[in-house]
Ligand binder design. Structure first.
Ligand code: NAP
Length: 278
């Protein structure tokens, strides 16, 4: 049986460290403030936004909620972001994605000043990450790196394979593993012989968006498997991109779903909020 990489525990450790740091900052009169913008009331987005507000409250970060009508125009939304960009009381700005179809997400992401870009999606933030300059790191991939480091799993020199090349998970994940001196391969839907590549991985990160896609024949004996996927199965239970029961006896360590990567994303968002005032 593999070691379980406990994202719930590790994310709580990170949040407690941040709480202590924020308490010390408060004594110097510094209180980080995050503006959270939600457009419309998609139930899944509401759950994510509420979890972010709760995490802010736990750590002592102030949060400002902007609950905007589904039919708000792109111009109005960009106007609110512009005001927040210039508001010295606001340190971080987060726009919950996805946005309604009539709003161009790319335009919204680019409108947030890189100084307050706590999601790490702005092209300037992405560029800084690519060249290894200081800046915010995207929360989910940064959370995966923390999971590995805090579980004492070395990345340096390891064969790392990432399945998926999205801008929010796969691509930045590969860059961060590379930054940690992993030997990195990115795979995607056009990859030939996927199993042959994933079976080389010492560390396999699955960010495919397909429930239970990764079965035992995709993994090497003793590999470390990180499951970024989140889905609801036919019984309304959460599951990942990895078929946990199928691979668990073959690998050395694995993240569960729920309780693996998911809680780390919020912890790293909170870290970025504190980073704005460090
Ligand atoms: P996405 O934008 O749909 O990207 C999926 C990637 O998987 C694409 O690059 C796609 O390749 C690749 N892919 C699809 N089918 C494949 C196949 N048969 N073989 C190899 N590659 C394949 O998804 P995402 O936003 O990166 O998210 C991935 C998963 O992580 C989802 O389940 C999502 O819900 C979850 N997620 C979790 C968190 C968290 O906090 N835990 C955060 C974000 C996302 P192409 O590029 O060729 O299409």
């Amino acid at each position: 049986m593999a070691r379980l990489i406990d994202g719930k525990l590790i994310s709580t450790q990170i949040k407690d460290e941040l709480k202590a740091e924020v308490a010390a900052l408060k004594e110097k009169g510094i209180v980080p403030c995050l503006a959270v913008i939600q457009v419309g009331n998609d139930p899944a987005s509401s759950v994510y936004v509420n979890n972010k507000k709760k995490a802010c409250a736990y750590i002592g970060i102030e949060s400002l909620a902007y609950e905007l009508e589904e039919n708000i125009s792109q111009e109005e939304l960009l106007g609110i972001i512009d005001e927040l960009n210039h508001n010295d009381m606001v340190n971080g700005i987060l726009v919950q994605l996805p946005l309604p179809k009539h709003i161009n997400e790319e335009a919204v992401i680019k409108a947030i000043t890189p100084k307050k870009d706590v999601d790490g999606f702005h092209p300037e933030t992405v560029g800084n990450m690519c060249i290894g300059s200081k800046g915010f790191l995207p929360c989910t991939p940064a959370g995966v790196i923390q999971l590995l480091k805090r579980s004492n799993i070395a990345i340096e020199g390891k064969e790392c394979v990432v399945i998926g090349r999205s801008n929010i998970v796969g691509k930045p994940m590969a860059l961060l593993l590379l930054r940690e001196n992993g030997t990195v391969t990115i795979t995607h839907s056009r990859t030939k012989d996927l199993k042959e590549i994933t079976k080389r991985a010492d560390i396999l990160v699955a960010a495919i968006g397909k429930p239970k896609f990764v079965t035992a024949d995709y993994v090497k004996e003793g590999a470390v498997v990180i499951d970024v996927g989140i889905h609801r199965n036919e019984d309304n239970k959460l599951c990942g991109d990895v078929d946990f029961d199928d691979v668990v006896d073959k690998v050395s360590a694995i993240t569960p779903v729920p309780g693996g990567v998911g809680p780390m994303t919020i912890a790293m968002l909170m870290n970025n909020c504190v980073e704005t005032v460090r």
